[in-house]
Design a protein around this ligand. Sequence first.
Ligand code: SAH
Length: 263
Amino acid sequence: MRVRPKKSFGQHFLKSGKVVRAIIEAAEIVQGETVVEVGPGTGVLTRALVETGARVIAIEADRDLIPSLEADFGDTIKLVCADALHFDYSLLPTAYSLTSNLPYNVGTEILKRFLTAKHPPSRCVVMVQKEVGERMLAAPGKMSLLSVAVQLYTDPKRVINVSSGSFSPPPKVDSVVVRLNWNPKTQHPEAVIALAKAGFRARRKQLHRNLADVGVKTSEETKAWLLSRGLPETARAQELSLKDWIDLCYNTSGYGRISPPDV
Ligand code: SAH
């Protein structure tokens, strides 16, 4: 199928069979399971998904791609012409997985919709910009708000690094495929994320300062808590582990009406 890729839709079509195979292998699809794909594009990954015996629901925002997808796949997939940012996620089945080469400009936003949906995917195998993937996978010392958010809901693993030459047209940056296994660490992810947002407010500032600036905790309280966790008083938000964030949330009034830390 010949299409002119559109920048506005972040269209970079996969042309590497090796990468498609790596995605399919990592997705560990069981015959008959439902797989959601956001942005089927020209259908390269969609074709491979159908071949696994999955029931594919493909959500594509670009109307111009719909006729050829319909012609290529007919009734073998459920094709939805919709913007995944404004899609009604309650329409998704209760059990499914997500496998997608996500549109980069809105990839994290789309992922957020899935992770916070009433019925989240049991696992996601998604291609994202390398730098975004690295943040999802980060360990204490390099954590960011995205690391905290993704790791609160899932256990992320790297599947494969993908060079920009694997796409047509090639994007400016390299990519990475990550697999996120659903594994929520707390009953109250929103509270922990709200607290982490305050902690990461100004990246250069120490944690106690950021929290004091928004009136969440006094500097003295934060410093005492940091020492109790074996962290320096001068720690910055990126140094905290997921367990630290959950503990801090539990220990902070206003954010504290949550059940005890359960990791
Ligand atoms: N999966 C294909 C295409 C990836 S490019 C491949 O690997 O070759 C990203 C795709 O997402 C494009 O088809 C683009 O039109 C689509 N897209 C972009 N924004 C979208 C959105 N908000 N909702 C759904 N699809 C979107």
